[in-house]
Write a protein that binds this ligand. Structure first.
Ligand code: ZN
Length: 294
């Protein structure tokens, strides 16, 4: 199945649902960062929520950055998306490992930690970016984001994120966000709550080859969900280039660049989002120095 986000309306437009599968892009992240199974599950969940929130943006140049920093052994995860859900991420400790939790599952909550913060930064072309902050509650990511939506955006939502990893890599990955419209009744909301409970884990449903539409029906309890948008196909994408890193070197300023040229005579920079390496020779660094002097 290709990676996709599909937006639905259930209960005659009163409940909105965005469902996504991210199996391929999370596998790509696993390979690029050489992630442990635990780090794959953690980064996979973060990439999935980033793709889902990214898909809500309006303009081509809009940019979403999500930072999660807890007190667990993973360190910090940063993920970025554009409105097409082209995502990328970096992580402090890609090889983090912990014993399975009490349910026999990868202990993502322990890996992220339950003390710390989520930062959601939306740069939508205004003078200042929008910044939302909320504390981590469990480190399991989905719960933390439901809490974020509640406290920072005053939105009641149900968030589910799941990654199934085995020794060969990512078997399935995906998630959904369900939010009631203002006219949703209490009865409809409790039907959805019951349906979510009965549906089980999203990664399991994807692993059983359920389509996103079948999943949307299951998690809402509405057989007549309406498809609103099928256009978004999330992907792992890093657009780094030597030119961009050269611009980055320019911001070091005259003094530091001169020092770098005299002491090291070269520079090697590794992109933290895709691990590609870029080498700058002494001559190239000198050219960059001349450009800073202009
Ligand atoms: Zn890169």
């Amino acid at each position: 199945m290709k990676d996709q986000i599909i937006k639905f309306l259930a209960y005659n437009g009163k409940i909105s649902v965005a469902c996504c599968s991210t199996t391929n892009l999370v596998e790509e992240a696993r390979k690029l960062h050489d992630l442990s199974p635990l780090a794959t599950a953690a980064m996979g969940r973060v990439l999935t929520i980033t793709a889902l929130i990214g898909a809500e943006m309006k303009n081509k140049t809009d940019k979403l950055t999500i930072q999660i920093k807890g007190n667990g052994p993973i360190g910090k995860i940063v993920a970025v998306s554009d409105k097409f859900s082209h995502v990328k991420a970096c992580i402090t400790n890609p090889h983090a490992d912990l014993p399975l939790n009490e349910f026999g599952k990868l202990d993502v909550g322990g890996a992220i930690g339950n003390q710390g913060f989520i930062n959601v930064i939306k740069d939508i072309g205004l003078k200042e970016p929008y910044i939302g902050i909320s504390p981590l509650t469990s480190g399991e990511i989905a719960e933390d984001f439901a809490n974020y939506f509640q406290t920072s955006e005053q939105k009641q939502t149900a968030v589910a994120l799941g990654v199934l990893v085995d020794k060969d890599g990512v078997r399935s990955s995906g998630g959904y966000i369900i939010s009631p419209m203002p006219d949703a009744t209490d009865e409809e909301i409790s039907k959805v709550e019951k349906a979510i409970f009965e549906a089980g884990a999203i990664s399991k449903m994807l692993d059983n080859n359920l389509s996103l539409e079948e999943i949307a029906k299951k998690v809402t309890g509405d057989e007549n969900v309406q498809i609103i948008d099928t256009s978004i196909e999330p992907e792992y994408e890093c657009k780094c280039s030597k030119e961009k890193f050269a611009d980055g070197l320019m911001t070091l300023g005259n003094e530091q660049l001169t020092e770098l040229i005299e002491e090291d005579g070269k520079a090697e920079i590794q992109c933290q989002f895709c691990n590609k390496r870029y080498n700058f020779s002494k001559e190239e660094l000198e050219e960059i120095l001349i450009r800073t002097e202009k």
